[in-house]
Design a protein around this ligand. Sequence first.
Ligand SMILES: *[C@@H]1O[C@H](CO)[C@@H](O)[C@H](O)[C@H]1NC(C)=O
Ligand SMILES: [Zn+2]
Ligand SMILES: [Zn+2]
Ligand SMILES: [Zn+2]
Ligand SMILES: [Zn+2]
Length: 542
Amino acid sequence: MSFPSGGNTTAVSFWTGHFDPLELGIYALLAAGVYLFVKRRGQRFTESRHHLLPVREFIKGHNFVLIDLFAHASFCNICEDIVEEGFRCEACDIVTHRKCAHLAHGSLRCKAMSSFGPDMKHHLVKGNLPPSSICGICHDECEIEDHLTDFRCIWCKITVHTRCVDFLNDICDLGPYRDFIIPPNCIKLKLVGLRPRRQTVVSAVRAPENAHWMPLIVIGNRKSGAGDSSSILGAFRNVLNPGQVIDVNVVKPEEVLEWINLLPNHVCRILICGGDGTVGWILTTIDKLKLKPRPAVGIIPIGTGNDLSNVLGWGSAVSLPLNMEKVFRNITQAEFAMVDRWTVCVRPTRIGLPLPAKTLTFNNYVSLGVDALVTLNFHRKREQIPRFFASRYMNKFLYFTYGTMDVLERACLNLNDKVSLECDGKQLTLPVIEGLVFLNIPSWGAGVDVWNLNAAGDPLYAEQVIDDGYLEVFALYSSFHIAQMQVGLSSPHRLCRAKNIKLTLRRGKVPMQVDGEPWEQGPGVISISYFNQALLLELPRK
Ligand SMILES: *[C@@H]1O[C@H](CO)[C@@H](O)[C@H](O)[C@H]1NC(C)=O
Ligand SMILES: [Zn+2]
Ligand SMILES: [Zn+2]
Ligand SMILES: [Zn+2]
Ligand SMILES: [Zn+2]
């Protein structure tokens, strides 16, 4: 199995795919051993009631990424010869030839989600140290040698000479990011279910002895962002416990929840690597948990049109490769921000008869007409020629220029004749328009603070706030009007600020979108009302 991951690397996962009864027996014994040991020590674990969190690493082996050309001379952790083209494990940093990779799964342990014994110990990997590493014992530089030599701990990242390794204390302090890491010695596993459904799951997590501990759960989808996500998740697995880094492409949403449920007092922060769509999805998932206190959510923006991330100071696209020091500094400096969330209920009708309704939650905006048409066309084009759109730069380019190429614009002409709009019980008279936007946050159309544009003297204007329980409602004259606002040359046709909106679409099919998800909407009633507030992390403005 292989998929593009950007640059000259290809991620490859290995599944041995079967349970060996002997292997299982050993794990069962080990798990039982840990259980008894821990029980005797009387450590306080939070027990899981659901056992939804399976442990994959034991059967999965290393997370190998194919490297065409290593940046520095690298040596195989199996045969110790130089490697030009081969694999590097993104979690534990071992390097192998292609031909040696299968041996690594059996003979070299990867960064383990859970370890045995009460203490956190170093996990040393031999050789391939980063250039200019300093020995943690003698403080001399670890020289760049022409063979596999010296050691590095994959948790705390300490580096030591082969000659100094015997002087290294056993205990690992997990390094500079210890406050964010769930130590493997704090995770308890157990076997559940009957064969053939038997699996190892995380059964409990306890807090380490660290007063500043606030674990970070990283959530992403390795298939999004043209492979950027895959390399970002890999970078987090290298620093954190690999179990803390969740790929929603592989894991069910309930498992994400289960992690939070397992943490002592549910205390954690969540970092979402993805677009506004992923953020919205996780916020909805967190709502379902009804946790007190709620975990706060930070964002590493990937892909296009990340307005929410932009408003909260995380930018609209992260620059790669990820600078981990900056990521953790950002998270440490972030402040809490409440963001209003809204419910939109669409009740379609056909010849006056009601059809099944659909209800969605959104945090950014709902729109009808030309603005949604741009997104709809874009999505359709992307489905037609997916390869072409694989590059995120191309994505962005098309996002900005598509408006001018619109051919289906007629559907939106004279939108004012097709809809009636009621805001907080008041019927509005609409001018000749092609679009309507209901906006929650001060960013729209990939980063434009549209409500604030040329606002001086407008009696309707009041500064847009993300937690005031109001939506800002404005109209668009045309796609050209959108283009003008993108460059600040025009202002929106401000209609009102409202808490409850009822929009009746009387005839025709009109493009509609909710937080960037477009579709064609036929006749019906669309109502928008306040739902709740989400807790996010906001970066202070400098
Ligand atoms: C850290 O925050 C700054 C804004 O304060 C942002 O521009 C930058 O992209 C963030 N870095 C990372 C790696 O998240
Ligand atoms: Zn080899
Ligand atoms: Zn590994
Ligand atoms: Zn260590
Ligand atoms: Zn040394």
